[in-house]
Write a protein that binds this ligand. Sequence first.
Ligand SMILES: Nc1nc2c(ncn2[C@@H]2O[C@H](COP(=O)(O)OP(=O)(O)OP(=O)(O)O)[C@@H](O)[C@H]2O)c(=O)[nH]1
Ligand SMILES: [Mg+2]
Length: 708
Amino acid sequence: MVTPGHPEASAQDINGSPPPEPPQSLAEPETAPEPETAPEPEASVEPEPVTEPEASVEPEPVTEPEAAGSEPEAAAPTGTAVPVRSPAATQSHVRVDARLLEAALLNLRKRIAAIPLVFEISGAADVKTERTKLLSQIDDYLLPRVRRSAAPVLVALVGSTGAGKSTLVNSIVGAHVSATGVRRPTTNSPVLACHPDEIDWFAENNFLPTLPRVRQEGLVRPGRDGLLVLAASEGMPRGIALLDTPDIDSVVQAHHEFAYQFLDASDLWLFMTSASRYADGPVWEVLQHARDRKASLGVVMSRVPPQHRTELVEHFTAMLDANGINAADRFVIPEIPLIDGMLPPDAYQPVRDWLADTAARSDRRVAVLSQTMSGVLDTFKTRVPAIAAHVEAQVVLRADLRRAAEGVYQHAFTEASTGMKNGGLLRGEVIARWDDCMVGGDLQPRRGAKGAKGAARKGKRARRGPSRAATLSSALRSALESYIVSVADRAAEQVHGTWRSDPAGTVLLAAAAAQRARDVRAKQVFESVFGPGGQSGIGDPAAADIKAADMITAADAAQASAFSRSSADLATRAARAVGAWQDHLTRLVEAGDLRSAARRISFDDESLSQVVLVAMLGEDAPRTAGPATEADGASVYTEPRRMLTTVFGEVPLTEILAKARADLLARIRLLLDEELVRFAEVLDAAGPCDDVAAIRLYQAEFSLEAVR
Ligand SMILES: Nc1nc2c(ncn2[C@@H]2O[C@H](COP(=O)(O)OP(=O)(O)OP(=O)(O)O)[C@@H](O)[C@H]2O)c(=O)[nH]1
Ligand SMILES: [Mg+2]
């Protein structure tokens, strides 16, 4: 409850106890060094997690013990602003090493800035906003405050439009530094009032570096949005700077954002609302924000009709208490006529005294600074781990997606391996061509026949058209190719489906497909102008560009970049791989003893490799279940092996089949790996996702806590 008290019993003596000794290294504002000479801690170069205090660094207390107590309150004369104190929680402060704190903050800053946010998982947008907020709190408030502990206490005056904020600032300064007006809202750019000797503390290089500012010289002029006006005035007490901010509740959204930005950069918040607006929603949003931030807070209720003072003040106080707002200092400014646009001294003096007292008394100053700073740092204890947890979720998601793709392609490989021996490929066209060969005796070894004769026969056949063995060969080749492509297609479809079941995966795939479509179109346009590889052109690039754009539809490009099927060129690559393997097979049967064995019975290489392939494809097929040729009843599953056994013998044949299979599988593995790489590239394209970023973040927060 707001209870009237002596104007004299202002914040000067807020805790009713004598102030402790001033801290050694918190220079009094009067003796504050120029900002330019403020020492730059060495730790700012490349801070590492701080775990050990540096013995060589001279401790610089940022916080000091504060005594607690209570203050008797008495009735205030009507028409006077009254400082009143709520039963704010008492605080104990410990000395901290400013340099270690700075190093820990810089380290945390680095870790927060580096967090990988590459996947659109739930909460990603909030985390991005939170990261920006954390960084600006570190940059705009914590680091400047730690580095420049002697800077004036910055008081942000925020609140409802028309509450009289600018009027109060002008009254305290004793000059019209901020425009006031009947139009709502009036203040559109913040005005910072401070003593002329201390204006340099608020130059760009020291304070809110990204905010442009202008020094007010002469008469107050209407500011410009987004500009900070620096008003130096002898009327301001030293050691304090008063920031008149745009309102928090008019329709101008930019004003609210501005006000919040300044709150985040200030040491002490002075919240001002009027008797007519104190119950408005935005008032309580800011006050709750202050509560959550545990910022040092003073509250002013202005324009209070004297006849309703008690009722209004009681109600406002009850609301403050109900919302857990522990504003230690509360002021009431009655509705009274202004004199030359200024409040009479009785009305503003308590607020001014309170500010001057905060600047002059080191215990007050330290208490204010440490409360606000601790308030911010306390919020880090939950906010930083929350971000780290999100980063972990990002890493887990990436690992899950990668693992899912790898698992599918591993399974595809196993499937392909089985398909290469269970006889599944020995059907349809292959069987038909095999039967042709068996009936025609094309694949039978001819004992004693000469290689030359074989060549002659081959030449003769070539003139008549492809041999039966050659058509079998092409049927086998195409069966293999389409089998490999179908396995890869199924794998791609499965990975695509699994990834799409996660919203982040859907976003990833869509982005990657769009990028690929763009690349495909760009490549085709390029080639239509300059020819493949940029070798030849078709003349006018512009005309070609239009032609190409007509030619290549987005659908074509999308088709070429779809992830739900295997790569467009897989069939070609599979054909190449199978062809190369067949060559390898031929070399294999030519090698060493096998060659002489083959020559002995004059099995020509082409036929031989065919028979080896058919034998290999049916190696694990149930011997009795296979289809038999009508000609001789020999099964496609048993006959090739029988033929080859007679040529090579059982043991060497097993060796040949094993080698041939191993080589074919290695080639298939390569093809599938290339298919898998497409998905790995999608993950990589999303951005680097450091596995240990979350741990580093936890560590950085832990290190910060350790030096507080
Ligand atoms: N009579 C009287 N008029 C006041 C008092 N305080 C402010 N005013 C008038 O109310 C109007 C608004 O005051 P400002 O100081 O501009 O209010 P503000 O809080 O800065 O408003 P914004 O800049 O819009 O956020 C001006 O016309 C002031 O002259 C007061 O205590 N008594
Ligand atoms: Mg104003």
